[in-house]
Design a protein around this ligand. Structure first.
Ligand code: ADP
Length: 265
């Protein structure tokens, strides 16, 4: 870093999440795979962003790198103005636990822990004191205040995802990442889960980044970012299911046409 460069903290200031020219390459038997190819974005606090793109376009890699679960090959990620890379693995884990929440497609609850224990697990792993009242309040908000001692196997898929949302929110994270959070749910449960995620943004001011392939889910966001071949290729503000589906169709056709050209077909 040059002597005159601003401190890392100042670079990401003003945005809750910022990516600067993030690339991620994987070695594979077929050669180098560019899963992300220079992605830059900046998200304000209290915003809801959906990320869409054809299969293999880099959505999961983007989420993993932005959330500090994987490190970029190059480029920088800032959460709350602090650069995520650079420290030790232990420092990164502490940083993540304090500021980031996750919701996964398949819930990732621990089967032997109760609803309440699953919800408070990240707090306990972070070595902090569990505020039971706060955890119960969070579970009340997701409609599971009467299921505190149930095991995940005693709940429906939609209920399990609501536990996962409570777990993601209980420590008051700045950013919540959700990877296909409605992908394993029926339509009604999906609607409930999306309403809860939206509430976390609108009422609590969380910043939410959600990967989805579902235009109806994406329409709940403030903006949709479209990825193709590891690059951001489009953005839609105030999306509706129809405009999202149209854009995805155009994008998929374009990607197929580009591949035909590059393969000389
Ligand atoms: P998406 O989530 O949009 O389906 P991914 O982020 O999973 O896309 O993958 C983007 C590209 O990176 C794909 O070509 C995928 O095969 C490749 N990829 C992802 N993870 C790995 C890995 N661990 N090793 C090698 N290639 C990978």
């Amino acid at each position: 870093m040059s002597q005159h460069a601003p401190p890392a903290d100042a670079l990401g200031a003003g945005h809750v999440l910022r990516l600067d020219a993030v690339t991620k390459h994987y070695e594979s038997p077929g050669g180098l795979v560019r899963a992300l190819d220079g992605v830059s974005l900046a998200l304000d606090g209290g915003s809801f962003t959906a990320v869409m793109g054809p299969s293999g376009s880099g959505k999961s890699t983007l989420l993993q790198c932005a959330a500090g679960l994987d490190s970029p090959s190059s480029g920088r990620v800032f959460v709350d103005g602090t650069e995520m890379s650079g420290g030790s693995e232990a420092q990164l884990t502490t940083f993540r636990r304090g500021r980031i929440g996750f919701v996964f497609q398949h819930f990732n609850l621990l089967p032997t822990l109760t609803v309440l224990q699953n919800t408070t697990l990240p707090v306990r792993l972070a070595g902090k004191r569990v505020n039971r009242a706060q955890a119960v309040e969070t579970l009340n908000r997701v409609g599971l205040g009467d299921r505190l001692d149930h095991l995940p196997s005693q709940l429906s898929g939609g209920q399990q995802q609501r536990v996962a949302i409570a777990r993601a929110l209980v420590a008051g994270p700045r950013v919540v990442f959700a990877d296909e959070p409605t992908g394993a749910l029926d339509t009604r449960s999906a609607r409930e889960v999306l309403a809860l995620l939206q509430e976390a943004v609108r009422i609590d001011g969380r910043t939410l980044v959600m990967v989805t392939h579902d235009p109806v889910a994406a329409a709940h966001a403030d903006q949709v970012l479209f990825l193709a071949d590891g690059r951001l290729v489009g953005r839609l503000d105030r999306p509706t299911a129809v405009t999202v589906a149209d854009t995805m169709t155009r994008l998929t056709d374009q990607v197929a046409a580009d591949r035909r050209v590059s393969e000389g077909v």
